[in-house]
Design a protein around this ligand. Structure first.
Ligand code: NAD
Ligand code: MG
Length: 414
């Protein structure tokens, strides 16, 4: 067995750290080719000393200089590169086999797309990249023979519960209807799949009365009850925008229309998602809430690997509860469905506005309940239809960010 070379985009983050934890358990199967971070020199330095990658990339060039000096002084042979183009270089290098896409937000789009275009195994945590680029990304995966494996725990769970004929090879996105017609000659769904049930914890404010949400602080919003994650996704989980982005992600990954992706609030986060079949069966994937399970699954696929996650104790779990999401208190989920219905430009605007809104909320410039207001306003100003190329995607992203910043400025004046 030849050792696979791994690039981790965003190795200093929560998913990046969990990925290295799994890799360290399998030194004979994997080696690290490149690690990347935005500006966290300390974390990347420690990771380079331990995993000795060929390259370390820092998006921020001042940070790259500091890292290079420190690594040189430590006698490390890791070469340090700076800037966003270098992220694409290491993601698409012929010397890397697998790419973990774990940068947060739109900043991950170009390197993740570069990995797909270079035909890599793309392990996708960076859902924003897929929400922004949709069909363009899926086409790149298909055209270049890349393997797309979902890391998001829900999509990884769905992937595990889908029929083998559906997920192998792991370029999952052929719309059910298309496949049904060509492969089954009738209206029956491919593999009998009726619906995907995406589970949601409901976040830290699941039981809060609507009136109290106005006063939510950043500290309260980032304290997720079940998962330990980066700040942005923690806020997204609190507003339910994370689930909204995941609905769009599921539509692209599994070739589904949004009416066949249903969100089920499940506060224990033990079931990571489910697939509902035409014979009445529902298959679920369960486990402790620890991202090392989906990471190990994607690294090992089609085999399973030890991940370091403890076996689920069913007796300690005891209960599994389910509720409908409350889109009155948490409108972001509905906004995501609406954006997907409107088309690609609207989903880009939704994502960009949300990123700017979360940043402003964390910076105490706007309140928690302003997040869905800002997103709704900016999303509804987006062009109709779907972008045809990367440039159109990036232009819509920039325009939506400027509109968001004006919205925030305006809000602060009043
Ligand atoms: P994080 O904030 O902990 O880490 C983000 C990483 O991206 C860091 O390494 C950071 O240096 C890098 N980064 C940030 N901005 C950058 C920029 N402009 N240029 C280059 N690099 C940049 O985030 P996370 O929780 O690890 O999440 C990463 C992605 O995975 C997100 O898209 C998130 O939605 C997704 N995800 C995370 C989890 C989780 O449990 N943390 C679960 C499912 C999906
Ligand atoms: Mg998730």
């Amino acid at each position: 067995m030849t050792s696979k070379a791994i690039t981790i985009l965003g190795s200093s983050g929560s998913i990046g750290v969990s990925t290295l934890d799994v890799l360290a358990r399998h030194p004979d199967r994997f080696h690290v080719f490149a690690l990347t971070a935005n500006s966290n020199v300390e974390r990347l330095y420690e990771q380079c000393v331990r995993f000795q990658p060929r390259y370390a990339v820092m998006a921020d060039s001042a940070s790259a200089e500091v890292l290079a000096k420190r690594l040189l002084a430590a006698g490390s042979s890791t070469a340090v590169l700076a800037g966003t183009e270098a992220l694409e270089t290491v993601a698409s290098s012929p010397e890397t086999d697998y790419v973990m896409a774990a940068i947060v937000g739109a900043a991950g789009l170009l390197p993740t797309l570069a990995a797909a275009r270079a035909g890599k195994r793309v392990m996708l945590a960076n859902k924003e990249a897929l929400v922004m680029s949709g069909q363009l990304f899926i086409d790149a995966v298909r055209e270049h023979g890349a393997e797309l494996l979902p890391i998001d725990s829900e999509h990884n769970a769905v992937y595990q519960c889908l029929p083998v004929s559906f997920t192998s090879p792991p370029v999952t996105s052929t719309p059910f209807t298309e496949r049904s017609r060509s492969e089954r000659g009738g209206s029956e769904r491919h593999g009998g799949v009726e619906k995907i049930l995406l589970t949601a914890s409901g976040g830290p404010f699941r039981n809060w009365p609507a009136a109290d949400l106005q006063g939510v602080t950043p500290e309260q919003a980032v304290a997720h009850p079940n998962w330990s994650m980066g700040q942005k996704i923690s806020v997204d989980s609190a507003t339910l925008m994370n689930k909204g982005l995941e609905v769009i992600e599921a539509c692209w990954l599994f070739g589904l229309s949004a009416d066949r992706v249903e969100v089920v609030v499940h506060p224990q986060s033990t079931i990571h998602s489910m697939v509902s079949y035409n014979d009445g069966s529902v298959l679920a994937q369960l486990g402790n809430p620890d991202m090392r399970t989906p990471i190990a699954y994607a690294l090992g696929w089609p085999e399973r690997l030890v991940s370091g996650v403890a076996q689920l104790d069913m007796f300690a779990t005891a209960r599994l509860d389910f509720e409908r999401p409350d889109t009155g208190r948490f409108p972001c989920l509905q906004l995501a469905y609406e954006a997907h219905e409107l088309g690609g430009f609207a989903t880009i605007a939704l994502n960009a506005a949300n990123e700017e809104a979360v940043k402003a909320f964390l910076g105490r410039e706007i309140g928690f309940t302003d997040i869905p207001r800002l997103v709704a306003d900016v999303m509804r100003q987006a062009d109709r239809g779907t972008p045809m190329n990367l440039e159109e995607i990036l232009v819509q992203d920039q325009e939506s960010r400027s509109r968001s910043l004006s919205w925030i400025k305006n809000k602060k004046k009043h």
